[in-house]
Design a binder for this molecule. Structure first.
Ligand code: GLC
Length: 438
């Protein structure tokens, strides 16, 4: 872990946009299509010749991200297919040589920066197009009958030099870059790998040298944990999983960012039907922040350069919620020890303002019981409209006894309660903002 670099902005902002865009947007059936269908270069080239994002409007992308409450964005400068969205001097396999005819990363950077969003570059360590990248177990040519022979003419050292040169280029020509997101390592000796698996890791990427280079060019940059350097990274990157609790290393909380898709694949997938609802995504964001994490939510723009309607609908809903509730996200973290989350809720806490946020996932009838911070409540309100939420002590229903004349109360067993309106406020996830006593 690199503890010297300032991560304050990152843990404050909590919510970013991931963008997976490349030639795989044309087949529109997963960004690993070249691997999955074992497509050779000659055939995959058809997408290069037809990459024409005539509707690409980076300003609209940036405004959409901002309106949804995202504070930073990480874009695939190159994915595993090897295609570069920027005008790299080290390859011809780049956007400037397609019908797009321009440096799309330059336009992305300018537009997102203009909206005040921080900039991250994703860079694929794998490269299924580079002639020196050796054919391993993930390579589209892995079943080629002459694989061994082909590998004899490939020189990983040359590829590694290319990789370092490209990272240098990306971190030199585009001004301040806040995050570098290298993806990914799959060392052969990793436990659980099938027999005969051939992978790549830190020796192949020369990760130590690469990290030095990155930090020399952009000393403030945050580096993710996928360079196969167990002790040198700034944040962890759990992918498409429900993280059960805040993540600790040697008993200490560490910085982490969960990445999630809308529908399962990262690149534009036309026919996928597993789209998460807006409400599910809002809950994921809340849940992650309640465990000290960030959410990097992925968008896979179409081949014509747009966010499709399913993305736009959800981004609008997320933005509507964030407009009223971002106070429970920005600057917030896991609640202090001893603060128990009420039933069916998630709690976040802002240490600066000393406010607690109770996100109600299932709206109960009238009473929301709580404990662990009963002596700390100064005032409470619904966050969506600022209306007061009274706090009372009531009898703990589990202690109530039904009698012939009604309910007999046991005065000694009172419990604290927020009194809620019967009707759930008309927002995806209602939040109670609690002002705590010092
Ligand atoms: C995986 C996949 C890749 C995706 C990435 C995002 O490593 O290889 O397609 O870009 O996850 O986290």
């Amino acid at each position: 872990m690199n503890n010297n670099v300032d991560k304050a902005w990152f843990v404050n902002d909590r919510f970013g946009m991931f963008i997976h865009w490349g030639l795989y947007s044309l087949p529109a059936r997963h960004e690993w299509v070249k691997n999955r269908e074992e497509i050779p270069d000659e055939k995959y080239d058809i997408y290069f010749r037809h990459f024409d994002p005539d509707l690409f409007d980076p300003e609209l992308w940036a405004k959409t991200a901002k309106q949804a409450g995202m504070r930073y964005a990480v874009i695939t400068t190159k994915h595993h297919e090897g295609f570069c969205l920027w005008d790299s001097q080290y390859t011809d396999y780049k956007a400037t040589n397609t019908p797009a005819k321009r440096d799309l990363i330059r336009e992305f950077v300018d537009a997102f920066r203009a909206q005040g969003l921080k900039i991250g570059f994703y860079y694929s360590l794998l490269d299924w197009h580079h002639p020196d990248f050796t054919i391993d177990s993930y390579h589209p040519l892995r079943n080629h009958p002459e694989r061994e022979k082909l590998n004899k003419t490939r020189d990983m050292k040359k590829y590694t030099e290319y990789l370092h040169n490209q990272i240098r280029e990306l971190l030199t020509n585009y001004g301040r870059i806040d995050i570098i997101w290298c993806d990914f390592s799959y060392p052969t000796e990793y436990p659980g790998r099938p027999d005969g698996f051939i992978g790549k890791g830190r020796q192949d990427w020369q990760s130590e040298k690469l990290i030095k280079l990155i930090r020399s060019l952009q000393p403030h940059i945050l580096i993710n944990n996928r360079l196969d350097m167990p002790d040198d990274w700034d944040f962890l990157t759990p992918e498409q999983i429900d993280v059960p609790n805040d993540i600790t290393v040697d008993g200490k909380s560490v910085v982490w960012e969960a990445c999630h898709t809308f529908s399962g694949s990262w690149g534009y997938h036309r026919d996928e039907s597993s789209w998460k609802s807006s409400c599910m995504i809002i809950r994921m964001l809340i849940d992650i922040v309640s465990k000290n994490g960030n959410l990097l939510l992925n968008v896979g723009p179409t081949a014509r350069g747009e966010f499709d309607f399913r993305v736009m609908e959800r981004m609008k809903d997320i933005g509507d919620w964030m407009k009223k509730h971002s106070r429970s996200i920005y600057g917030c973290k896991k609640a202090p020890d001893g603060f128990e989350s009420p039933e069916n809720c998630r709690i976040t806490f802002n240490p600066e303002t000393n406010r607690l946020y109770i996100h109600i996932f299932a709206w109960p009838f009238r009473f929301l019981r709580f404990q662990g911070f009963e002596d700390r409540v100064e005032y409470a309100q619904l966050l969506n409209d600022g209306s007061e939420i009274p706090v009372i002590k009531i009898n703990n229903p589990s202690r109530l006894k039904m009698t012939g004349t009604g309910i007999k109360e046991d005065e000694t067993k009172k419990i604290n309660c927020f009194i809620l309106p019967v009707q759930k406020p008309d927002v995806s996830v209602p939040v109670i903002e609690v002002f705590l006593k010092k």
